[in-house]
Design a protein around this ligand. Structure first.
Ligand code: NAD
Length: 464
């Protein structure tokens, strides 16, 4: 019987009639073949010198730098990311490749005191084999690269299953980088859940980024197969604003972190927790949000572009309606943005209790809630009172209070007087609670996931 062929389309969210790419889904059989080719190619790659791997990644960085304008345009078109942010993401992708090109040359293990002065006891890093990467659509260059670059640097082969909504960018990325890296070492298998599950069946390690619901399933499937897994998932990130903070400045930062790229970052601010009188901050926040340019992401001035799909528009407007029905006050937004394409107006809600759905569940769009609390203790309680724990931020001029508050937040990343959004690829990245599973990504932490250690004892043949 012939295999059923499913056609996948990725459309531009600002112009849904624009089909960016149409391809056949890979499906289980093609995934198994891709994994087989990757495993075969990976043997040579793992045996190559670190200098060769470093040079290949540096060449990949040069290739991406040379194609930066083309990639920026493609990211804008395929996922509706505002052009300034899309350009910054591509530049970050180049930085990530350069960073891991250098890390390939780091020491590849440690020595320990041996059984005798002449003997050696070593722990050396070795690659895991085929790294299966399953990625979301919102950072279509940076996320695949912050997984693929360390995987390759440490001697693994990569099979990437991108989000269907970012298929064109992933295919182009592999097409550009594969010649630098080598045949079959970086392959893309387009498709949805079925293709993702097939990759879980074949890979030697799996790195996932996406929603909590899918991440959980990925972790279970990997555990059943006994392969290492890491999953970076959703967030419901809080910014705590203390009474001594400059309300205007905090509001400007929170507005950008909540609504930039239409709130579609795992690190976006979804909750502003205001200690004391919420009036001045809230007023400044509403003004800042209303001042954000909503529009065509190809326009340099745009801060808030479209959301990714028609369904995502519904999530935002439904969440706003539900919040209003639950007693919340809409401060701004709550409806479509009056444009063609998948646009919704940046939306702010106040007056909800911390256990309201909007204050508990990720919507993944341009919507945030303002929660008023009496003191810093209550702020910590509310900030921590959700199942997520990706990133939290605190706005204050008082270093002591910032340090004490930060120490009590249950999040993997904490930022003081800085937006919750923003990722430093040279530092460990990941969350607590439902936001993350498994070891951290990025920085030097990535090596722990993409390698295992082999402990080696070497003794002289004859006692000296
Ligand atoms: P998603 O969970 O719907 O999809 C993620 C990936 O998993 C896609 O490639 C998808 O095709 C695949 N997939 C879906 N079902 C699968 C299955 N059963 N088995 C294997 N693979 C499957 O997420 P999304 O809508 O693409 O992205 C948005 C989500 O990602 C948000 O929740 C956001 O917070 C999260 N995110 C987290 C981070 C982070 O680093 N913590 C970064 C970006 C996005």
């Amino acid at each position: 019987m012939e295999a059923r062929q499913v056609v996948l389309q990725s459309r531009s969210p600002q112009r849904p009639g624009d089909v960016v790419v149409e391809v056949d889904e890979a499906g289980p059989e093609a995934v198994a073949q891709a994994v087989g080719r990757a495993r075969a190619a990976g043997r040579g790659w793992a045996a190559a010198s670190a200098l060769e791997r470093s040079a290949a990644l540096a060449a990949a960085a040069d290739a991406l730098a040379g194609a930066a304008a083309e990639f920026t345009e493609l990211v804008v078109r395929e996922v509706g990311k505002p052009v300034a942010e899309a350009g910054a993401e591509v530049a970050r992708g180049v930085g990530i490749l350069r960073y891991y090109a250098q890390q390939a040359l780091d020491p590849d293990g440690e020595t320990y005191p041996g059984p005798s002065p002449a003997g050696l006891l070593l722990a050396r890093r070795r690659p895991r084999g085929v790294a299966g990467l399953i990625t979301p659509w919102n950072f279509p260059v940076a996320i695949p690269l912050w997984k693929a670059a360390p995987a390759l640097a440490f001697g693994n082969a990569v099979v990437l299953k991108p989000s269907p909504d970012a298929t064109a960018t992933a295919l182009r990325l592999a097409g550009l980088l594969a010649p630098a890296v080598g045949d079959d070492l970086l392959q893309v298998v387009p498709g949805g859940p079925e293709t993702g599950r097939a990759l879980l069946d074949g890979a030697d390690a799996v790195s996932f980024t996406g929603s909590v619901a899918v991440g959980r399933r990925v972790a279970v499937a990997a555990t059943e197969r006994g392969i290492p897994a890491q999953a970076e998932m959703g967030g419901l990130n809080a910014s705590i604003v203390l009474p001594d903070a400059d309300p205007e400045r905090a509001a400007t930062v929170v507005a950008g972190a909540a609504m930039g790229y239409a709130g579609q970052k795992c690190t976006a601010t979804s909750r502003a927790i205001v200690v004391g009188d919420p009036g001045p901050f809230t007023e400044a926040l509403v003004a800042a949000v209303r001042g954000l340019a909503v529009g065509d992401p190809a326009d340099e001035a745009t801060v808030v572009g479209p959301v990714i799909t028609e369904q995502a528009m519904g999530w935002v407007t439904d969440a706003a309606a539900e919040a209003a029905a639950a007693g919340g006050r809409l401060l701004t937004g709550g409806d479509g943005a009056g444009r063609d394409g998948w646009f919704v107006a940046p939306t702010l809600v106040e007056g909800l209790p911390p256990d309201a759905r909007l204050a508990q569940e990720e919507v993944f769009g341009p919507i945030a809630v303002v929660l008023a609390v009496d003191d810093a203790d209550q702020a910590v309680q509310v900030a921590n009172g959700v199942r997520y724990g990706l990133v939290g931020s605190v706005f204050t001029r008082d270093l002591d209070r910032a340090l004490h508050l930060a120490a009590r937040l249950d999040t993997g990343m904490i930022r003081v007087n800085a937006p919750t959004s923003g990722v430093d690829y040279l530092a460990p990245f990941g969350g607590e609670k439902d936001s993350s599973y498994g070891p951290r990504e990025q920085g030097k932490a990535a090596r722990d996931f993409y390698t295992s250690t082999r402990t080696i004892t070497i003794l002289p043949e004859q006692a000296g």
